[in-house]
Design a protein around this ligand. Structure first.
Ligand code: GLU
Length: 467
């Protein structure tokens, strides 16, 4: 057998793919690539009430979006935990036969009752020495040995658990079905996993799992428990409170490279001052030992800033192609969209957006029959005493102005100076009349891209509305 490491990612298909899961997957993937190992994808689909095939497909699609491609030679799987129930049960029976497990006929209520009486929480080992045979209503419990269990964790260091705080936990339910903890270990053993890198929430289960590895005669894997992601209030990211679905970020126009780079800098940083680095460098430099122990703040604003940098670094053609699906959601009549116009304005837009979903609103005025005038923008800019004059005088100047941004700007500058005003102020009503908003791509460049008749028509229609 090869001595190359075997990493694994073992998500449960019970909901949208979480950004925390994405980070764990990327850690495993980066380590797999650097070490020449294997990345095993195992779908832990044993909770029938919460699973669905769409979530499984969602996991595969999300991984592929992140660059973890199932056709890569170092990718193995997906395996499905539900296909291995027989192996899980067989392992439980081996534990029983080797004296590491025993049957117990107490109901959960009886277990609770005894705990209440003794004042000690959990199961008290009541059936350890009763020598019960398997039978209806009986669960199989693991006989937790005395002593301590030291979990060697690459992120957390050595974590010591006193075994007397761990109850004899259930391996097989009374209906014979295997418990998750057992299934998870048996799968890791069968899939010859050598490195388990997963979320911190699994750390409390790890001593139990390590005992199972040992009782099954195997060397436990290298463990690494990755700190949780928290929101601005330092609360653990939650489905209900926070935007956690990778899919949502994708829809918003976060680029996969930006997401990957951002996720990898949560609690870890590449050498030097630069945080924005290519994936190949991350693969070279990433070490679990360097991952910070404390919870990592998932900062949506910082993610946007990363994304803006990634957008600006794209070749123009790539940017234009990447915008296509977002432009398809623009609220203009489809037949009014003009790719040539968009291509001309694209360089101006590329420097001004942080996410691709901002693009349609920024350029809609080119494709709408009329500017979609924002009321606040109108009220703010059209109440000045010069609004009417600037609209009408600029409109007149346009008739003879050379149709290029410099002269278009110069014409307004001349007017502005003659009134002792500032261009920043005088272009505002013009911008709102033409684009409908106070912010957008540079005004004179935008006017240049538009047809003269249309610009004049919009200025006139604003004037009509003003009087
Ligand atoms: N299926 C578990 C989860 O999604 C992961 C367990 C593990 O990584 O060992 O939380």
């Amino acid at each position: 057998m090869s001595d190359r490491p075997r990493y694994r990612f073992a998500p449960s298909p019970t909901g949208f793919f979480h950004v925390g899961g994405a980070r764990t997957a990327l850690y495993n993937w980066a380590l797999t690539l650097r070490t020449g190992g294997t990345f095993v994808l195992r779908i832990e689909d044993t909770d029938e009430s919460r699973n669905s095939p769409e979530w499984t497909q969602g996991i595969i699609d999300a991984l592929s979006w992140l660059g973890i491609d199932s056709s890569h030679p170092q990718f193995e799987g997906p395996y499905f935990q539900s296909h291995y129930a027989e192996q899980h049960k067989a392992a439980a029976m081996r534990l029983y036969e080797a004296g590491h497990a025993y049957w117990c006929d107490l109901t959960p209520e009886q277990v609770q009752e005894r705990a209440k009486e003794s004042g000690k929480p959990g199961y008290d080992g009541y059936s350890r020495d009763r020598g019960l045979e398997p039978g209806p209503g009986r669960v199989l419990r693991f006989k937790v040995p005395s002593g301590v269990t030291v979990v060697k964790d690459l992120v957390r260091g050595d974590v010591e658990f006193s075994n007397d705080t761990i109850e004899d936990f259930v391996l097989l339910r009374s209906n014979g079905s295997p418990m998750f903890l057992l299934a998870n270990v048996v799968d890791d053993i069968e899939m010859t996993v050598t490195n388990v890198v997963r979320a911190e929430e699994h750390l409390p289960n790890t001593p139990k799992q390590q005992m199972l590895w040992e009782a099954l005669g195997r060397t436990p894997p290298m463990w690494a428990h990755v700190p949780v992601l928290v929101n601005e209030q330092r609360k653990k990211l939650s489905k209900r409170r926070d935007k956690v679905a990778l899919e949502q970020y994708k829809e918003e126009g976060i680029l996969p490279d930006a997401m990957v780079n951002y996720l990898m800098t949560l609690g870890w940083a590449p050498a030097g001052d630069e945080e924005i680095v290519p994936w190949a460098r991350i693969v070279d430099e990433f070490r679990l030992e360097d991952v910070n122990h404390s919870p990592a703040f998932f900062d949506v604003k910082k993610l946007s800033a990363f994304n803006g940098d990634y957008i600006r670094a794209m070749p123009l053609d790539t940017f234009i192609d990447a915008c296509a699906p977002y432009l398809a959601t623009g609220h203009w009549p489809a037949d009014r969209f003009d790719q040539q116009v968009f291509n001309s304005v694209a360089p101006l837009v590329q420097t001004r957006v942080a996410t691709l979903s901002e693009v349609p609103t920024m350029v809609d005025f080119f494709f709408l029959a009329d500017a979609d005038i924002n009321e606040d923008a109108w009220n703010k800019t059209m109440s000045s005493d010069f609004a009417k004059d600037v609209l009408s005088d600029y409109c007149a100047a346009l008739q003879t102005c050379e149709w290029s941004h410099d002269p278009l700007k110069a014409a307004l500058e001349t007017w502005t100076e003659s009134r002792g005003l500032k261009l920043g102020k005088t272009q505002a009503p013009i911008r709102v009349a033409i684009t409908g908003r106070t912010v957008g791509p540079p005004l004179f460049e935008s006017i240049e891209i538009m047809k003269k008749d249309e610009v004049i028509r919009r200025l006139n229609s604003a004037l009509a509305r003003l009087s």
